[in-house]
Design a binder for this molecule. Structure first.
Ligand SMILES: Cc1cc2nc3c(=O)[nH]c(=O)nc-3n(C[C@H](O)[C@H](O)[C@H](O)COP(=O)(O)OP(=O)(O)OC[C@H]3O[C@@H](n4cnc5c(N)ncnc54)[C@H](O)[C@@H]3O)c2cc1C
Length: 574
């Protein structure tokens, strides 16, 4: 069947729903396609907060926020985009408040704010309270408010429709092919504009904080259509995943006063970041934890602990109720009484589909736009996070750039013609499904397990040439094995077996891009830490990477300049 809408938004998380709200009521016919029910998007799991220099608890300034973001990014973030985001943050938070987001409050009834890693006052003096929050359910309340807002404004949702490819005609994006999960039917959606808001790819790693849906689909489609991915080597590991599971214990736990300790009970972050200690940026804290473990100061089983016991039961249960219950349920540990075992967990994609500050997808170093295609949220690389994202800046990114993407489409739409669909737009997807259903090789699960192990062992917190070379080779071997992948369920109704096999194809593409870009960058910057090239090298590497897919010869890597406005690169210390 062919559906027709002016605008298609792929993904019903915060970026997608904020973009949809922007266009609703403008006369444009807007539809959101989402593979999970919209309110189950990973945005709903965001815990700690969203940053804005409101100054509700102490003096703050959006320029301090911009400086922290640039420094946090290890000077790889584009400063024009960072200025837009940090300046717009304040308006954005009040807008969300007026839409009904129930933020936690100060005694005077203002939006409360807590400290978060890397956010400081006066260009690095000391930690500042900049994160607005709703206990430790910030993403949950934001997403419910925005999805309700969409429904109230007449946005059409196609829940549990899994997009499997973008449709292009003569270089113009003019729709998508989607699989209706309930029936197994394929549909073509024809549109004048498509916005990707499909979230991250955490599932490429064995240990991750990410939800099941985060399989990097929206990275893989443009990549397969010749559009490069930007800064893929920069993968954020969050320092505090629950040991063995990777489930996130929000940085808010340290914002509220939690302390990391090694097996000797030492507050080791005092040695690595004397000024901000446990509230250093995530790349530094993750490396510190791995170093403690490597040098024998971790606990047997390779972890350190997060100690909240000094905060008191009332404080812990009122400010961190969700993560307290995670510890009780998954570990059988009550954080009120005992420190919690943690280690770094794959968390966030700094890189992604390159866009300009209005969400238009661009296809080269000269920022040439791809007609008909926009992107926002975690799948996009604007780039505001550079080599390392600060906590609370992602929720901000989703709503600031979701709105800007929506606005840009709204403004462009009157001049946008309907590009005709190519002949048989579903052909490639139909063939892929038929091939997987007829496959006689291995099941997807073991291939996926090996992929996650490889990425975890050779492409995580610490990297080197030998490991990355082996990683690229392994991913290519897995791609070969994937060609004959087999599924047990050949049916049409809720065939998650088939869909997981198809998602594995996206994960393999994304993983190859990450590992290739990581091998290419022979320096250490932000989350990309090369043991064989331990220093940042601004002379040769103060530039974004672009990676193009080439199935036969392996990926090709190029680069793109970084935009610097106010803040010249300096060595990073905290
Ligand atoms: C546990 C956790 C806690 C976090 N806490 C914070 C925090 O406190 N502060 C902060 O700033 N950031 C936080 N982050 C990061 C932040 O939550 C995410 O980066 C952000 O919410 C991503 O939003 P999004 O709209 O881009 O994507 P998502 O919310 O991931 O939504 C993706 C959407 O795309 C859809 N989709 C994907 N593939 C397809 C497909 N093939 N077909 C159709 N639909 C598809 C999904 O169904 C979903 O609706 C956290 C992340 C995690 C994992």
């Amino acid at each position: 069947m062919i559906f027709k809408h002016d605008v298609l938004i792929i993904g019903g998380g915060l970026a997608g729903s904020r973009a949809a709200i922007e266009m609703a009521g403008s006369g444009a016919d807007v539809a959101v396609l989402t593979k999970v029910y919209a309110t189950r998007s990973h945005s709903c799991a965001a815990q700690g907060g969203i940053s804005a220099a409101l100054g509700n608890r102490e003096e703050d300034n959006w320029l301090w926020h911009a400086f922290d973001t640039v420094k946090g990014s290890d000077y790889l973030g584009d400063q024009d985009a960072i200025e837009v985001m940090c300046h717009d943050a304040i308006r954005t938070i009040y807008e969300l408040e007026h839409m009904g987001v129930p933020f936690s409050r100060t005694e005077e009834g203002r939006i409360d704010q807590r400290p978060f890693g890397g956010h400081t006052r006066n260009f690095g003096e000391r930690a500042v309270r900049r994160a607005c929050y709703a206990a430790d359910r910030t993403g949950h309340v934001m997403l419910h408010t925005l999805v309700e807002g969409c429904i109230g404004r007449g946005v059409r949702f196609y829940h549990e429709f899994q997009v499997l490819d973008l449709v292009f005609n003569d270089g113009v994006c003019c729709g998508v092919v989607a699989y209706e999960i309930k029936t197994g039917r394929l549909h073509t959606f024809h549109a004048r504009a498509v916005l990707l808001a499909t979230g991250g790819y955490g599932k490429a790693f064995r240990v991750t904080s990410n939800g099941m849906a985060n399989t990097g689909d929206g990275f893989a489609w443009p990549y397969r259509h010749g559009i490069p991915l930007e800064d893929m080597e920069f993968v954020q590991f969050h320092p505090t995943g629950i040991h063995g599971f990777g489930i996130l214990l929000s940085e808010a736990a340290r914002g509220e006063g939690g302390i990391l300790r090694n097996k000797d009970g030492e507050r080791f972050m005092e040695r690595y970041a004397p000024t901000v200690k446990d509230l250093a940026p995530r790349d530094m804290v993750s490396r510190a934890i791995r170093t403690e473990i490597k040098e024998g100061r971790g606990f047997p089983g390779e972890y350190v602990v997060l100690d909240l016991t000094h905060l008191g039961k009332d404080h812990i249960e009122s400010k961190l109720p969700d993560i307290t219950s995670f510890c009780r349920i998954y570990m059988g540990i009550d954080p009120v009484e005992k420190p919690v075992p943690i280690h770094p967990t794959a968390h966030y994609a700094m890189g992604g589909v390159p866009t300009d500050i209005d969400g238009r997808v661009v296809k080269d170093a000269a920022n040439t736009p791809v007609p008909g295609l926009w992107a926002a949220g975690e799948v996009a690389c604007v780039s505001v996070h550079g080599a390392n994202r600060l906590g609370t800046n992602s929720l901000l990114d989703t709503v600031v750039f979701g709105r800007r993407g929506g606005k840009s489409i709204k403004q462009t739409l009157p001049g946008l013609e309907w590009t005709p669909l190519p002949e048989d737009p579903e052909a490639t997807v139909r063939d892929h499904i038929a091939r997987v259903k007829a496959g006689t090789g291995e099941l997807a699960a073991p291939i996926r397990k090996e992929l996650g192990e490889t990425m975890m062992n050779d492409c995580s917190v610490y990297r080197d040439e030998a490991g990355l070379t082996a990683c690229v080779a392994k991913v290519r071997e897995l791609r070969e094995r994937y060609r004959s992948v087999r599924v047990s369920d050949k049916g049409d109704v809720f065939n998650t077996d088939l869909l997981e096999a198809i998602e594995l194809g996206s994960l393999i593409d994304v993983a190859e891009g990450i590992a290739t870009a990581a091998l290419h960058r022979t320096e250490s910057r932000g989350a990309h830490s090369r043991m064989d090239h331990p220093d940042r090298d601004d002379t040769n590497w103060l530039k974004h990477s672009l990676v193009w897919r080439d199935e036969d010869r392996g990926c090709r890597v190029g680069d793109k300049p970084v935009t610097i406005t106010r803040f010249q690169p300096k060595p990073r210390s905290y």
